[in-house]
Design a protein around this ligand. Structure first.
Ligand code: PLP
Length: 392
């Protein structure tokens, strides 16, 4: 239930007048959600094919999630890490059950970019080196350290100079990676499937080569699973390649919308971090930990990993079957799908929204589906029906 009495014009005016002009806003105000659907201030229903950038994996206003957070709010919401916490301990146990082999240490923070900042600091202190090698089209966040690793000039240029020094190499090109990594490289930082850049999956061979190159040169391998985490049919997209990174970072889906970041690392990395060398006031508070705990349990107990694989395959097959002359390629894995068009994507985004479907862009010519994992076949059919009308 929304408590606001503002109408759409008031909402728009207040946001436009009182925020810096950072976001290109859509013309709707989202006020309520229910499972796979969102509702705007005018009562219009939208099929959510974006989960707010891959966040709401359990869908919106999930009763079990809401009850757990409500219970935690009535018990204890805030608690600094200089004290122990029962909920934090439970979350750490749950995380260790899904951690890639050897990544048994977890640092919790409050966002994706913050989790990347921690990864960069930890890689620097563990290697005694300072530079990074990352990929063209790669996206790692917009705080200053994370921004240095992000490739897009649109984000970087206004804020240069940026540190740590980062070399950006062509993605999925092992030779380019081998040529760029040297004795100054603290870490290779890669997304197993590039998200913002257009949904480009890394090949297993490429990730295996990255592991070998890092080992040969004494650098670490950091996997940025902030977007891929939990939606490709398994907790981690890296698993499909058989490659284990030294540090794995995730955020978006981990707590189904409660702000959180996670940096998982090996014993060796953990052992190199000096006491007091990093920290956060809000990180790993009981409320955030409870949100992640209930999300991880729901993902497992409701079979949502297998469902992401099945629903994603059905979506990709359905998109291919549209035979649309506008579609160049459909790419992705599980519930992380990119549809590259032969034309600019904005008119398609708008047409889908007008017909009650919300998707995201990923670059100039690609739209991206990051649906809640609770989509049933009915939502897939609904999406394909509308996509067929728009792209036919
Ligand atoms: C979203 C994202 C980030 C940044 O996360 P924020 O929570 O927005 O700071 C970093 N890397 C990847 C791959 C992302 O998708």
């Amino acid at each position: 239930m929304s408590t606001t009495t503002l109408d759409l014009a008031d909402v728009q005016r207040l946001e436009i007048e009182h925020q810096p002009p950072l976001y290109a806003k859509r013309e709707i105000a989202l006020v309520r959600g229910e499972g796979p659907y969102l509702f705007d201030s005018e009562g219009r229903r939208y099929l959510d094919a974006m989960s707010n950038y891959g966040v709401a994996v359990l869908g919106h206003a999930d009763p079990e999630y809401a009850d757990a957070l409500n219970d935690q709010l009535r018990t204890l919401a805030t608690g600094h890490q200089s004290f122990y916490s029962d909920v934090r301990a439970e979350l750490l146990a749950e995380l260790s059950a899904i951690a890639p082999e050897g990544l048994g240490r977890s640092f919790l923070s409050n966002s994706g970019a913050e989790a990347i900042e921690a990864a960069i600091k930890f890689a620097r202190v563990a290697t005694g080196r300072s530079s990074l090698v990352a990929a063209k089209r790669g996206y790692h966040g917009r705080t200053l350290g994370a921004l240095a690793a992000t490739a897009d000039q649109k984000y970087r240029a206004p804020f240069e100079p940026l540190a740590p020094a980062t070399t950006h190499v062509a993605f999925n090109d092992a030779d380019a990676l081998a040529a760029a990594v040297d004795e100054t490289t603290a870490a290779i930082l890669l997304e197993p499937i590039q998200g913002e850049g257009g949904i480009w999956p890394a090949s297993a061979e490429y990730l295996q080569a990255a592991r070998e190159i890092a080992d040969a040169r004494g650098a670490l391998l950091i996997a940025d699973e902030i977007q891929t985490g939990f939606r490709t049919g398994a907790p981690w997209a890296m698993s499909a390649s058989g490659v284990t990174p030294d540090i794995l970072v995730t955020a978006k889906a981990l707590a189904n919308g409660f702000p959180i970041g996670l940096t998982m690392m090996t014993e060796a990395v953990s052992a190199a971090i000096p006491a007091g060398g990093h920290g956060t006031t809000f990180g790993a508070n009981p409320l955030a930990c409870r949100a992640a705990l209930v999300t991880l349990r729901a993902l497992r107990d409701r079979g949502l990993y297998a469902r992401a694989t099945a629903t994603g395959a059905r979506l990709m097959a359905g998109l291919d079957a549209l035979g649309s002359p506008k579609i160049r390629q459909v790419r992705g894995r599980g519930m992380m799908i990119g549809v590259e068009l032969k034309e600019r994507v904005t008119p398609t985004l708008r047409a889908l929204q007008e017909r009650g479907v919300l998707v995201l862009p990923a670059g100039a010519t690609t739209f991206r589906l990051l649906p809640p994992l609770v989509w049933a076949n009915g939502q897939v059919d609904e999406f394909l029906q509308v996509a067929g009308e728009v792209l036919g």
